[in-house]
Design a protein around this ligand. Structure first.
Ligand code: SF4
Length: 229
């Protein structure tokens, strides 16, 4: 695989990450390319809290195991719900998703600016379910708020990126989230499943695996404390 390099002579990347499966192979490519980067986890869209912790803790463990700095930002779902008010029935890739990306990337850009990063990007674009141009628009909008900061619009799906992401997830036996993240995507996925005679999503149930088993719950899922739910 070709080595990557940061554009425009930038040298310090803050990588917004949504989860371990999306970021795992990207992180490996950045490490192999000797790019200096830090992972920034800011995803107050994720619901419920148990799912949020599963995604975050797994992402954090993978970063730690690879010696990559990991910034654990706030979980402020109330603000996310305020911003997406009246967009509850927007389809995926619609207006609500732009608001969701904007919220996450603006905070990423702010942290980058205050901490001397000169370029930001996000792992969100590796998913084939997402609209790359919608993500890039939000990223560029966020970066434009700060002088000299740019958003790296690199297409992570290139050079077999989407397939490698799945292979890395299987190697690492990452948790397999089955919906985008917010309560509305959970609702809509379950509606689709009901119509297609499939069972409801169970949080913490499925993990990637090289075996053909449907579900391998071989990691201990995070147990949320009742007071935090
Ligand atoms: S579907 Fe995904 S991107 Fe869209 S609002 Fe929900 S969590 Fe955010």
């Amino acid at each position: 695989m070709n080595k990557l390099s940061l554009p425009s002579n930038k040298h310090k990347l803050l990588l917004h990450s949504c989860c371990a499966p999306c970021s795992g192979d990207i992180m490996k490519r950045l490490i192999d390319s000797d790019i200096c980067f830090t992972v920034y986890f800011y995803n107050p869209n994720i619901h419920p809290y148990e799912e949020y912790m599963l995604r975050k803790e797994e992402n954090m463990a993978f970063a730690n195991n690879n010696g990559i700095p990991f910034i654990d930002a706030d979980y402020n779902p109330r603000k996310w719900f305020e911003l997406t008010k009246n967009m509850e029935w927007e389809p995926e890739r619609g207006k609500r998703c732009s608001t969701c990306f904007d919220m996450r990337f603006v905070k990423t850009a702010e942290y980058a600016y205050k901490n001397n990063f000169d370029i930001i990007s996000s792992t969100l674009g590796i998913s084939r379910w997402k609209d790359m141009s919608q993500i890039n628009r939000s990223g560029e909008y966020a970066a434009s708020k700060y002088p000299e900061l740019i958003y790296w619009t690199f297409n992570w799906r290139k050079e077999n990126g989407s397939q490698n992401m799945i292979e890395t997830s299987k190697d690492e036996q990452f948790y397999m989230q089955e919906y985008c993240g917010c309560v509305y995507s959970l609702r809509d996925t379950n509606i689709w499943r009901r119509k297609n005679n499939r069972p409801k999503i169970i949080i913490g149930e499925k993990y990637y695996s090289h075996s053909n088993k449907k579900s391998t719950n071989n990691k201990k899922p995070y147990q949320a404390e009742p007071s935090k739910k």
